[in-house]
Ligand binder design. Structure first.
Ligand code: HEC
Ligand code: HEC
Ligand code: HEC
Length: 164
């Protein structure tokens, strides 16, 4: 056994370093921003059991709406205009290895009015808003809703969805 170890130690060392490097890489950005892990989703009321879920196990409200699991009214005021979804994406290019962020108008404007975001949260021009992850975590920009009423910031890959 010890003889085998004497021959194999460089291989084992390289393996251990590689594993350590990989895990450090995966958790580092999360640790860097100290993103709180949301509470266990198992504690939702029964009805949530029937909702479609995201890869991380949260309710997928976008899928619930688009797949017809729920059909909310456009407004609680009778006769008021229905939602007017628009379908175009804005890509935020992220420096470094992390996938770029794709902001999709369609699923947002199926829930929200243009005036919910424009011009107070986002000026209506691509690249004109100095969005950073730190500001989002402080509750600005995307963080005005995500982590509060929309899916949690912990679900990095749902926003950082466009690999380089
Ligand atoms: C949930 C928030 C949100 C809602 C609601 C929203 N937008 Fe946007 N919009 C954005 C973001 C984010 C950007 C990109 C800003 C940036 O790049 O800094 C953007 C950019 C734009 C742009 C600029 C595109 C360009 O190429 O410069 C237009 C035009 C626009 N939105 C129109 C609309 C209209 C019309 C509606 C309603 C039907 C709407 N938006 C609803 C978040 C929103
Ligand atoms: C005014 C509130 C609001 C703001 C601001 C906002 N979102 Fe959302 N977002 C929502 C809601 C509501 C949904 C749908 C419900 C859910 O998925 O939790 C959603 C869903 C999404 C989805 C899911 C799309 C899909 O097809 O599954 C992505 C991606 C997303 N938002 C990215 C962003 C990014 C990036 C920003 C900032 C540039 C942003 N959002 C700003 C409210 C907001
Ligand atoms: C609601 C959407 C959303 C979620 C969820 C999200 N991000 Fe971001 N992230 C953004 C946007 C928008 C930017 C700004 C892109 C740019 O630089 O223009 C960004 C930028 C970044 C950057 C670039 C540096 C910086 O400070 O801007 C890093 C690193 C980052 N995010 C890490 C993460 C990690 C790690 C997670 C999960 C714990 C995460 N993000 C979750 C939207 C999101």
């Amino acid at each position: 056994m010890s003889r085998l170890l004497r021959i194999l130690w460089p291989v084992l060392l390289v393996g251990a370093v590689a594993i350590a490097a990989c895990t450090a890489r995966a958790v580092e950005p999360v640790a860097q921003f100290n993103v709180p892990i949301p509470p266990d989703t198992e504690e939702h009321p029964i009805a949530i059991e029937f909702m479609p879920k995201t890869a991380l196990g949260y309710v997928d409200w976008v899928q619930a709406l688009q797949g017809g699991t729920i059909t909310p009214f456009g407004s609680i005021n009778e006769g008021e205009i229905e939602m007017q979804p628009i379908d175009f994406d804005v890509v935020f290019e992220v420096k470094g290895d992390l996938p770029d962020v794709v902001y999709p108008h369609k699923p947002h404007t199926e829930w929200l009015d243009c005036r919910n975001c424009h011009p107070d949260i986002f000026k209506m021009q691509q690249g004109s808003n100095p969005v950073t992850m730190a500001k989002i975590l402080e509750g600005e920009y995307c963080g005005r809703c995500h982590g509060k009423v929309a899916f949690p910031l912990y679900d990095c890959a749902r926003c950082h969805s466009k690999p380089k």
